[in-house]
Design a protein around this ligand. Sequence first.
Ligand code: PRX
Length: 656
Amino acid sequence: MSNLKSVTSDIRLFKPSKSFCDIANINSIILDSLNNEAKMDYPLFWANLAKKHIHWHQPFTKILNEDNPPFFKWFEDGVLNVSYNCLDRHLVNNANKTAIISESDSGIIEKVSYKELYSKVSVFANALKSIGITKGDTVIIYMPHSIEAIVAMQACARIGAIHSVVFGGFSSKALAERVIDANAKIVITTDGQKRGGKIIPLKNEVDIAIDMLPHDNPIQHVIVYKKISYEKLKWDKPRDIWWHELIKNKSDICPVTEVDSEHPLFILYTSGSTGSPKGVQHSSGGYLLGSIMTMQWVFDNKPNDVFWCTADVGWITGHTYVCYGPLAVGATQVVFEGVPTYPAPDRFWQIIQNHKVSVFYTAPTAIRTLIKLGYDLPQKYDLSTLRLLGSVGEPINPEAWLWYYETIGNKSCPIVDTWWQTETGCHMLSPIPGVTNLKAGSCTQAIPGIMIDIIDESGKILGNNDNGYLVITKPFPSQIRTIWNNPKRYEDAYYPKDIGDGKYYIAGDFAHKDKDGYFWILGRVDDVLNVSGHRLGTMEIESALALNPIVAEAAVVGRPHDIKGEAICAFVVCRGERPTGAKAKDIESELREWIGNQIGAIAKPDEIRFGDNLPKTRSGKIMRRLLRSIAKGVEITQDISTLENPASLEQLKQVN
Ligand code: PRX
């Protein structure tokens, strides 16, 4: 850890403008009092908020159950329904308020009010019930980012079914693995989608996935929403059912299924440091509370805001800040199905102008792409409705931060750089926009009620001006409850005995805490890459490569990338002779395709190099640090005295 680069803390502070502060939900007096309350009694602090901000069908009397750490329970005897909190409770005063402004890839705009969304969700919930889906059943959703995906998720929540959304960019194989692990009864999909002008036949992928499953697989039905009238569709009767046929004659009233606060709301698979993805399971009450409070504190939600989070519903950001958070606080939000660069790199700026977006939340990788494709392009658009900007997914480099601040925010919008994870459910570290003085590249400090520190290997809590493991020292309502089907993996991965003695939630990131107590994320501790803000396990990619008959052995590392943050670099030993020249090029493209099919396009290596051997210690461990230097193209300065086969390095330095 000592060789980790410390970031300078002696840099410029950006203060929020007076006009922003004057109307912000949280000023410094409120923030101090929230922090003090949380410091005095953090369970009580959260309990008071849960009573105020959530509609409970039956109020809770128990706050936090710590009897069986780290399996914490919050508000366990409370009874609620998340969909009721997102829809029904707005019908009294805000029935006609626009809930969603949806813009498709090709530019078709559809607006849906809270009343209309409530009806759509109720109809679909009744449809799910009619095919036997009930409380506790698991449902896979494999759909494009769209109103229908939100309807499907909300409908599951409405009847107590547990959804697991699989990002539409994942391959059929990845889908099959998730269907099995989640033991899903149905898959909800579309015939296809258009993204960046290209057709992606999603239902075909579902067919391929189901063909991979054992004969006695749990899937009873595939529900298909007709989105693009894809012609080459295969149909398996009676398994496959059209969405529009299933909802025929279904009532638009569907009383909610009341569930316990700890009832699983969803499972979302994410990469870990081993080969198989982890099914992160979230609760109902605690997760909802985190979504609501961060909408209010971090996004400073106002009744007239037009909120736009660009994340796909297939990721945690799309769960919390598209499907649940904005609806729970009754916001109006934009849902954009396409990509920032299609048909031209001004698409985001057009959307902000046309829909008068006031709060814009995106990822550094998108910002860097847009800078590259059109530094001055935003100036052609009226972005004056913006009042707050957000960033998520990876560290934002100061240059990108400054461009975002100056060119998009016109130096008047605070930027909330939000650090959090699939497992934390909602923001953990973030500026409070009307209070915090910003530093470009720092996600600043913990939000109220969240206790974050850095520790060293021995578990000692470190102070300012130090680097260490980022840990959350106290339980919090929105946290992961377990890994689906694997409670032991949950304990081992997040409360390991060897770091912090199992007392703290170990996030898996290194961080620096500067002289003012601001946090700077330095990167992952484990073998997890962050490619365009998405987590990918190196082991997951290595296992997939090793499945290919050409491959004898493979090692995968990351290297810095201007746009994506990190790029994937694979080192491969083939069976038989080491390929060179044109043959190497052919095998490289074959293996890239293979990874696309095994995991999904996001996991395709940017570069594959071939060698006769991988650099190993005498005990047979691959020396990845050396591979990292090779991938970066920098000189190897590390100690190589334990290296068994130094000649392997020279070969691997050669580009195909
Ligand atoms: O390494 C951190 C990075 O993304 C990881 C979590 O990835 P995922 O579960 O896919 O969730 C991404 C969206 C919440 C973290 O462990 N990360 C996330 N946000 C930031 C970040 N790194 C630096 N700054 C951030 N704001």
